[in-house]
Design a protein around this ligand. Sequence first.
Ligand SMILES: *[C@@H]1O[C@H](CO)[C@@H](O)[C@H](O)[C@H]1NC(C)=O
Ligand SMILES: *[C@@H]1O[C@H](CO)[C@@H](O)[C@H](O)[C@H]1NC(C)=O
Length: 351
Amino acid sequence: MTSEYLLRSLLMLILALFSANASNWLFLAKLSSVGSISEEETCERLKGLVQKQVQICKRNVEVMDAVRRGAQLAIDECQYQFRNRRWNCSTVDTLPIFGKVVAQGTREAAFVYAISSASVALAVTRACSSGELEKCGCDRNVHGISPEGFQWSGCSDNIAYGVAFSQSFVDVRERGKGSSSSRALMNLHNNEAGRKAILNNMRVECKCHGVSGSCEVKTCWKAMPPFRKVGNIIKEKFDGATEVEQRKIGTTKVLVPKNSQFKPHTEEDLVYLDPSPDFCDQDPRSGVLGTTGRYCNKTSKAIDGCELMCCGRGFHTEEVEVVDRCSCKFHWCCYVKCKQCHKMVEMHTCR
Ligand SMILES: *[C@@H]1O[C@H](CO)[C@@H](O)[C@H](O)[C@H]1NC(C)=O
Ligand SMILES: *[C@@H]1O[C@H](CO)[C@@H](O)[C@H](O)[C@H]1NC(C)=O
């Protein structure tokens, strides 16, 4: 009896420690494919999932490869958006995947949560549209003739399905365990903000039919924005993120701007609780790699410039040879021929 209790407490503690590390399911991106998730037992063996996610995995085995692709999309987009910043969204090959940086409630964590929940919604929706899943297909609710006079194709992106899946799979980490903690509220808010970046930017794409490209008949469908656009939107929200704190209003806990002079954040905005470190120096304890060895731009005054990137430590300069295409000529018809040019360029790296 007592030993069972002890074991359970220990298990809860391990689970709590585990959950404190952000978005571990992103570890799925490290798998080459989850096509091997054809067996329910595989869900048990997937690293980085909390118990409730294992259950969702078992009920939705066929969706898991889309989730894995979503995790990869999120990581790639994060590294693209942060390529010129001190924290460049570097990952580690062990759990937690972004090091300890996103364990604190920083702006960077806000970005990671938003981009990941968006990426799952997008990847699952894409899988629905492409017909690879049995549980979902196109959204056929948009059909008939539009007021503008075009024909709906009947195969719009089923964003409602992708968003609902993301809400259950990604948000489940925050529900249950201390779901009213300020960190859980922050994560849930940013998860939703990420999905809103897709939902509020759906667009209409069309295709023309008719003799030699004439547009006698136009069929259209609702489509998600490209993921790069979603990344750009969430990055803008990162730049304008609101620092918040928890307040109790009646019996519910909510996040309100720390500075009461600021206008309240909207559902689309990112929120954070803790200021970010400066990311200048290596600090294994907090998972910060530091900027030593990072490329910087000597003429830029922005964060990618050597002054800011290197935190005033200075930089090394070396000449490196780059091969480029040059003297390109257009040949009728239709190709372009270029020469290869070798040139020397200066590369700067932080001390
Ligand atoms: C990010 O920066 C670290 C050093 O701080 C470097 O080792 C790593 O290659 C960079 N990653 C990317 C994706 O640029
Ligand atoms: C460096 O920064 C300057 C000014 O912002 C910009 O014009 C230039 O293209 C940058 N160089 C590289 C190699 O990115």
